[in-house]
Every structure is written in C-alpha cells, then in structure tokens.
Design a protein around this ligand. Structure first.
Ligand SMILES: Nc1ncnc2c1ncn2[C@@H]1O[C@H](COP(=O)(O)OP(=O)(O)OP(=O)(O)O)[C@@H](O)[C@H]1O
Ligand SMILES: [Mg+2]
Length: 380
C-alpha cells in the first residue's frame, strides 16, 4: 500500500484540464472528481454528474479524464466510477456539530480527505484572498494580518481566517485572548479585532497545547471554519495559509471559490524556489495570482544604507519571470517583529511601514476589481 503512487498526483492535473460545460470551470474545481484512490497499477476515482449533464457530455468528460491521466504518466488501469448527484443544490449535507463549537474534535460534518467536495461560495463574502508562500517563516502571517488591517483602514469589510491549524499566529499578532462564541444555529461567531472579523484554531485550543490531528481532521476543521462561521457581509476574507503546497491548501481551494492569491517570499534562493512552487500550485488550480510581496527585502543601517541581508531583488525577479505583479517590498525591521509580538499590527500606524501595507492593500483591491467573476457570482 505504501508503494502506491499518490492518486492526486495524476488525477488533479488531469481534471484541471477538463472543462465542465455546465459550470464552465474545470471538473476539478467544479468538485466532480472525488475519492481518488490508487493501488500499485490501478487508479480509480469517482466522477460525479448532475441531471444537467447530457449523456454525450458525460462520456466526453470521462474519456478526456482518462486520456489526461495517461498523459500525466500513469500507465496502469484507470477505473472511473460514474455517479449521479441526487439534487443540484449541494452534494454534501451541511455540517452538524455534535456539541459546543462545530465538530472541532472530529464530530459530525468533518469530511475526510477525498470525501465529497461541496465547493460553495460563502454567503455575503465577495472575495476570498489567500496569503501563501512555499516556505515557512517568510512572513505570511505578518502580511496577512497587516493586509487585513490595511484593507479595513481603506474602508473594506474584512475577515481574517488563520488556516494554519498546527501553528496559528493570529491570536498573538492581534492580541486576541477571547474565544469565539457560537450562535443559536451553532455557527461560529468570529472575534473582532481592530475592526476585522478573525478566526483561528489558536482561539479554541490553549497556547500550550498542540493540535495533534491527522490531515483529514485538519481539512474538516478548515472547511468548517469557512462554511460554518457567521462571517457576515465581507468585501474580502483574507486567509493566512500554512507553508507549502499540501493538503491544507488543496482542501481549502476545493472548498470555496478563491478570488486570488498573494504570494509572500523573502529574497534568497531557497525561499524563491518554494515561492515558484506556490505560484505553480495556484496556477494549476486556476486561482489567479494577485501578486507577490517581497518581505525582509533589506535592512536599513543607521547611516541610511541598505543591507540586502537575503540578497537584492530576488522576489522582484521571480515576480517578473513568472508574470506576477509586485505588490510591494517590506524591509526587515525590528519594529515589525515587535508589533507582531505585541499584537498591535504595523498597518495601524501612519508611518512608512503602515503606508507600505496600505499600498499592498490598495493594489490587491484594484486587482480584485478587475476580476470578472467575484465570489458571490460563482456557482453555489
Ligand atoms: N519584515 C520583517 N521584519 C522583521 N520581522 C519580521 C518581518 N516579517 C516577519 N517578521 C517576523 O518573522 C517571524 C516570522 O513571520 P511570520 O510568522 O509572519 O511568518 P510565516 O511565513 O507566517 O511563518 P509560518 O510559515 O510559520 O506560518 C515573526 O516573528 C515575524 O514577526
Ligand atoms: Mg504563519
């Protein structure tokens, strides 16, 4: 079993390249491909259709998928299990919490990895923006928090979701010590900090306790954070992703329509390599790259000279090479680290650092405005 290839390695790129004529999206993003499994020389997955798919389309989609899986390099047996969804609304039942806050300990509603994908827009949320990187520790959370604050200062209604289940940073960076409550319908009510509606696993689990969950539980929790939370009307929901290009990212992108991604990187080669992988992942999953933030771009010496601690302009070069706009360069500054530790985000200030984050936020807003299919207009 351990030698079986990861089925998603073949199925995901294959399905990303097949268009669903009903929704106009790839069959992957439309959530039609589920439960991919593999044995040594056999790969199977379910292909879910609705009543609205004519028979001829179903066959064409199936054939295209098999051909693409082969093209991706799988040469064993490919088994497609065609299934019909009963109704066209949502394919999975709404998550029902067992007690307290919804399903945080594996209660009802947690969808295991590979389980039914119910990709649906969040009521009232216009845009979901992911802040991501390939590498850890490059300043994603710092950028996510300050982007959220800066957007709010620009008059937007903003939410901030900490999708880093194993290493939540949001409660510290926003000095939040209260727990989110649940309303009568057992929807989670985010905690408001500096005008931003925030949610993090760190608000539910004591700081000295580790979350020891397997992947499926993490992904179930993430989907519940998104879908079982009373976010209210938001212009932008900023999502602080954990590092890498793994399950959490994939699960999130499968769960909701994402308007775009902001990639954060530091300028040194090892970080840039991972940033490029991050860009590639979003592109493969058809999520637009809103732009790149080069963090820790330089350190200003007392005489005003710049010391390019991690090399000069590496992030800018990658952005240019990969066709991503540059949203800004943030210098390495003690003040930024200190403000994060103190829970008073730098973007609250009117100094050049606060200005730099507002500049990033302004550019993100302009990009969002040009996107032709905002969140609320996507299919449910
Ligand atoms: N430009 C900067 N100047 C000084 N300190 C910074 C800067 N950017 C981030 N930091 C600090 O570096 C540390 C790592 O930043 P942060 O937690 O935002 O990274 P991350 O990419 O979210 O990490 P992880 O991958 O662990 O989620 C934090 O202590 C943060 O305050
Ligand atoms: Mg982080």
């Amino acid at each position: 079993m351990s030698d079986a290839p990861d089925p998603l390695l073949y199925v995901q790129p294959a399905a990303t390249r097949v268009r669903d004529p009903v929704t106009g999206r790839s069959v992957w993003l439309a959530g039609m491909v589920r439960n991919a499994r593999s044995e040594l020389d056999k790969l199977s997955f379910e292909l879910w259709f609705g009543e609205e798919h004519p028979k001829a389309d179903r066959r064409a989609i199936e054939e295209a998928l098999v051909a693409n899986v082969r093209q991706e390099g799988f040469d064993g047996e490919v088994v497609v299990i065609a299934r019909m969804a009963e109704a066209t609304e949502t394919s999975a039942p709404a998550a029902k919490p067992s007690k307290g806050l919804p399903g945080m300990h594996g209660g009802g509603g947690v969808q295991p990895h590979g389980g039914p994908i119910s990709k649906r827009a969040l009521d009232g949320v216009r845009h979901i923006v992911c802040v991501a990187s390939g590498k850890g520790g490059v300043g994603k959370s710092t950028v996510a928090v300050n982007l959220a604050i800066a957007l709010a200062r620009l008059g937007q209604r903003v939410g901030l979701l900490d999708a880093d289940i194993y290493g939540p940073s949001l409660p510290t960076m926003l000095n939040i010590s209260s727990r989110p409550l649940a309303d009568a319908d057992r929807k989670i009510l985010p905690v408001v900090a500096y005008g931003v509606r925030c949610l993090s696993i760190g608000m539910l689990v004591p700081a000295d306790e580790a979350v020891i969950w397997r992947g499926p539980m993490v992904m179930g929790a993430l989907r519940q954070f998104l879908q079982d939370t009373r976010w209210g009307d938001l212009d932008v929901l900023v999502v602080d992703l954990p590092p890498g290009t793994g399950d959490a990212q994939l699960s999130l992108i499968q769960a909701v329509p994402i308007s775009g991604a902001v990639i954060v990187t530091t300028p040194q080669k090892v970080a840039l390599d991972d940033a490029i992988r991050g860009i590639a992942m979003f592109r493969k999953l058809e999520v637009p790259i809103l732009g790149l933030v080069e963090n820790m771009a330089w350190y200003e010496l007392p005489d005003g000279q710049r010391d390019y601690v991690f090399g000069e302009g590496g992030g800018l070069a990658v952005a240019q090479e990969h066709g991503a706009p540059v949203l800004g360069q943030i210098p390495l500054q003690t003040k930024l680290r200190a403000s994060a530790d103190a829970g008073v985000p730098a973007a609250l200030s009117d100094d050049p650092l606060g200005e730099a984050f507002r500049d990033v936020a302004g550019q993100v807003l302009s990009s969002l405005a040009t996107l032709d299919s905002p969140q609320t207009e996507s299919e449910a």
